[in-house]
Design a protein around this ligand. Structure first.
Ligand code: AMP
Length: 214
């Protein structure tokens, strides 16, 4: 198993790029910690009930909750050819250390760390137009990646929604949390970090990311 870590601010396009890459390569699997948590909230699991309030406020959920989900997921992967695109985890240095421990247990290690770079003004515009499908998790943007039929998911016909934590106030909290807790991971991973320009069409950005993957 190979592990690729996608770093970048909320709205930098990690999920969109990961989605693009996975459709082009069956060995790649997109793992979004936010999607795992949103699913747990929807299903009303104990972890989901605990995570809900933190997510609504734009704060990080306690490390143990998300670390357990990631450990379970990685532990359950049988196919050694799988390449995991980790989007949203790790989110702070403690989680990065936990991830190292999880990977040691399964005899695997991080193969690439990619940082998607996007200016703040673009991030705000991107988040404002973001829509997603609650049924299958597909992501869209009203301007940059519109569905064929307005408000309807191309993939499964589900009705698209705006995420509860994409309102301006919560977005500001999420950007602050990114700067304070997640950005230090760039230093933590040091020379392993490949910086990629996150501006442009999804296909272009995905191609740039693909080029830097080991
Ligand atoms: P995302 O979809 O990655 O923007 O995540 C949405 C929300 O889920 C975040 O604002 C956090 O509340 C929570 N979340 C996602 N990933 C993590 C993580 N690795 N650690 C803690 N909280 C997380």
């Amino acid at each position: 198993m190979k592990i690729v870590i996608l770093l970048g601010a909320p709205g930098s396009g990690k999920g969109t790029v990961a989605g693009q890459l996975t459709t082009a390569d069956a060995a790649l699997r997109h793992v979004s910690s936010g999607d795992l948590l949103r699913d747990a909230v929807r299903r009303g699991t104990p972890a989901g009930k605990e995570a809900d309030g933190y997510m609504k406020a734009g704060k990080l959920v306690p490390d143990t909750i998300i670390a357990q989900m990631i450990a379970d997921l990685i532990g359950g992967i049988q196919d050694s050819n799988t390449v995991l695109l980790l989007d949203g985890f790790p989110r702070n240095v403690a989680q990065a250390e936990t991830l190292d421990g999880i990977l040691k247990k399964v005899n695997s290690e991080i193969s690439s760390v990619v940082l998607l770079e996007v200016p703040d003004a673009v991030i705000v515009e991107r988040i404002a137009g973001r829509r997603s499908c609650p049924k299958c998790g597909a992501g869209y943007h009203v301007k940059f990646l519109p569905p064929k039929q307005e408000g309807i998911c191309d993939a499964c016909g589900g009705e698209l929604v705006t995420r509860k934590d994409d309102n301006p106030e919560t977005v500001q909290n999420r950007l602050d949390v990114y700067r304070e807790q997640t950005f230090p991971l760039v230093e933590f991973y040091g020379s392993r970090v490949k910086k990629v320009d996150g501006l442009g069409q999804v296909e272009e950005v995905a191609a740039r990311v693909k080029k830097v993957l080991d």
